[in-house]
Design a protein around this ligand. Structure first.
Ligand code: NOJ
Length: 555
């Protein structure tokens, strides 16, 4: 069992979507100065790492995940001086800054790509994946993640490869020159004093060079791309080199978005000398839809959820460390995804918080999750900014759904649910901007906002503070940070229960995920530490109300 107390194991990470967090200059677009102005709020919450979604120069086709200049800050977010100030001010507040690192692909506006397109003999041509067409068609039938073929014609018989949108050409990791260029850039940012990186879509960097056709699996006549380029063999060489040349030299924290890593591969990724400090896995996050297609709901059960979450805990525990989250900028709000309508309220938000925050690993809070925000209703497809929402809507129609059914399913899953402006207060512009926001406000912002919650000791915000207090500043901290994770009471349906244990310390967490009561026997005296409701704790039995979460200290 790994016991090394690396600094990032004790960290509490808060994810900021800069475009929507706080706008300091009234252009309707969140910025770095806005973030600086909210550091006191974040310090009050108790977090100590801030992960910023991409702030590099970008045409924003995919909100910054399409980088046109890796060495500069997009003027809409501010300047390099603003970032330096943020890093310094965050340090003064006891926080580190972690930036997004997008190196599977860049923007089609990046000068590397522009040069590669302009001149077939340019040295930049090899930075990307160009192939000739096959019988007048694309080189293979893979579907890109945002819809349509992964191949985009260049007009001269050639095609370039893109895992995501066509405006996001993939970088060719087979090129040593490109890899060197990327390592230089990564070290440039780390030398600035960053705490580390969240590494985007990294399991896509290696492709099957033969680009074979796969069996068609959709009405569009295309096939999912994963077998040819998700965690494809050989990727370990690139990742090992990346880690050795950059991250490992700085002792920084890295969290990789790494879909497709099987349990057998975990050690390479997050083991003692793994490529990364931790990875985001997707078992629980994507269990609500089939094959990532939003118009194909899976009909998941609490049993599936428990299995996905707990299996992934056990797998990471065997070899290393986990990154625990329910929400991020790619997911809808967790209250909507995991809980039925009647409990999408403060008690429900506290329930989910208890469930995931005390798991073994580093916890991540996505902006607004600490307020218990719910999804935002979008009335028509035109209201979405997110390109994947638009694509998934079209896909739904293509698969035979009616317009209203497609809209309903996209509403439930849209990434814009969590990307709309942060509600700082209940005023007309939510305290987010003085101008016109880039996307609409949440209609519930008048009731659910930071201002009303900060001063309310019973709010979701205050509950998160208590969780952080318990995890990091209590006599149970070693158990809750470094302790072993063990599922308990697995024979009880719809109950997610586990212990965390470190030497003499023991914490028990019970989450009754159903509309019925449930009782569990306690085999030892226990002390109530936290709950989202009134607790019925007797000598040797605990009665849990519907959707009640209870944390006990064992003795
Ligand atoms: C994963 C990011 O989280 C998502 O927002 C983005 O659209 C894709 N990668 C492409 O970069």
């Amino acid at each position: 069992m790994q016991r090394k107390k690396d600094w990032w194991k004790a960290a509490n990470v808060y994810q900021i979507y800069p475009k929507s967090f706080c706008d300091s200059n009234g252009d309707g677009f969140g910025d770095l100065k806005g973030i600086i102005s909210k550091l006191d709020y974040l310090q009050l919450l108790g977090v100590d790492v801030l992960w910023l979604c991409p702030i590099y120069c970008s045409p924003m086709r995919d909100n910054g995940y399409d980088i046109s200049d890796y060495y500069n800050i997009d003027p809409r977010f501010g300047t390099m001086a603003d970032l330096d100030e943020l890093i310094a001010e965050a340090k003064r507040h006891g926080m580190q800054i972690v930036m997004d690192l997008v190196i599977n692909h860049c923007s089609d506006q990046n000068h590397w790509f522009q040069e590669a397109l302009r001149d077939k003999n340019s040295p930049y041509r090899d930075y990307f994946i160009f192939r000739e067409g096959k019988d007048g068609k694309a080189p293979c039938n893979w579907r890109s993640i945002f819809g349509g073929s992964v191949w985009e014609p260049t007009g001269d018989g050639a095609y370039y490869f893109h895992t995501f949108a066509k405006e996001q050409p993939d970088l060719n990791w087979e090129s040593e020159t490109l890899r060197e260029e990327l390592y230089r850039m990564v070290n440039f940012w780390l030398d600035k004093g960053l705490g580390g990186f969240r590494v985007d879509a990294i399991t896509y960097i290696k492709k099957n060079p033969a680009f074979p056709d796969f069996a068609v699996d959709g009405a569009d006549g295309l096939a999912g791309l994963n077998p040819g380029c998700q965690n494809y063999p050989g990727i370990e060489v690139f990742l090992g080199e990346l880690a050795a040349r950059t991250f490992h030299q700085h002792g920084c924290m890295t969290v990789a978005e790494a879909p497709g890593v099987p349990e057998a591969g975990m050690e390479d990724f997050v083991g003692e000398n793994g490529f990364f400090s931790m990875i985001f896995t997707f078992d629980h996050a994507d269990m609500d839809v089939l094959d990532g297609v939003w118009c194909r709901p899976s009909g998941w059960t609490v049993h599936d959820f428990r299995q996905g979450l707990f299996d992934s805990q056990l797998a990471s525990q065997r070899v290393g460390w986990a990154a625990n989250y329910l929400e991020n900028h790619d997911q809808p709000r967790s209250l909507n995804k995991y809980l039925p309508a009647e409990i999408r309220n403060a008690a429900g938000a506290k329930f989910l918080a208890t469930l995931y925050y005390l798991l073994r690993g580093t916890p991540y809070i996505y902006q607004g999750e600490e307020l218990g925000l719910v999804n935002c209703p979008f009335e028509s497809v035109e209201e979405f900014d997110d390109l994947s929402s638009v694509d998934q809507y079209a896909r739904g129609l293509e698969e035979g759904l009616s317009e209203s059914e497609a809209l309903r399913l996209v509403n439930a899953r849209s990434r814009d649910n969590s990307r709309i402006p942060f509600p700082w207060d209940g005023t007309e512009k939510a305290g987010f901007t003085t101008g016109t926001p880039w996307i609409k406000f949440h209609p519930a912002g008048k009731q659910i906002n930071a201002q009303t919650q900060i001063s309310n000791s019973d709010s979701v915000f205050s509950y998160y503070r208590q969780l952080i207090q318990l995890r990091n500043h209590s006599v149970y901290s070693d158990a809750l940070i470094y302790g072993d994770f063990r599922p308990i009471c697995t024979e009880v349906e719809n109950l997610l229960a586990y212990t965390r244990e470190y030497e003499e310390q023991k914490v028990l967490v019970f989450c009754n995920m159903q509309a019925a009561f449930c009782t569990v026997p306690l085999y030892q005296p226990a002390k109530l530490l936290l709950s989202n409701g009134n607790v019925e704790l007797e000598q040797d039995v605990l009665t849990l109300h519907p959707y009640q979460a209870v944390v006990l200290g064992g003795q």
